[in-house]
Ligand binder design. Sequence first.
Ligand code: HEC
Length: 101
Amino acid sequence: MLAAALILTASTASAAPLGSERQAALLYLLRQDCGSCHGSTMGGGLAPPLLPQSLAETPDDALIAAILDGRPGTPMPPWRFEINPNEAAWMVRQLKGGLAE
Ligand code: HEC
């Protein structure tokens, strides 16, 4: 029952535009959690940079898949349990557009 409710919630969420609170939470996550490896301004650190010029050649789908499922065999962890596909797509658009300071 609970699983069905969660799936329903997730699929409803992925159809709807992101609310401004969720957008703010995802930007915070990018700078804090993702930033701990990728650098707080996405310029790279322990992990490669996530700057527009670094990502331009990679298709959105591949970047979304990396966020949702991680990159097995590398330190890049999966985020599927916190971030739904719609949110991952939004994050990729933010990264490709360059995060506002
Ligand atoms: C524990 C360190 C770590 C954390 C935390 C982390 N990453 Fe990564 N990430 C990596 C590494 C290492 C790679 C490179 C994997 C490879 O060699 O393919 C990577 C790769 C990626 C890629 C693919 C880049 C490309 O050019 O193909 C994306 C997109 C990405 N990470 C986004 C994120 C996002 C968004 C978050 C936060 C939700 C995040 N990462 C958190 C370590 C991390």
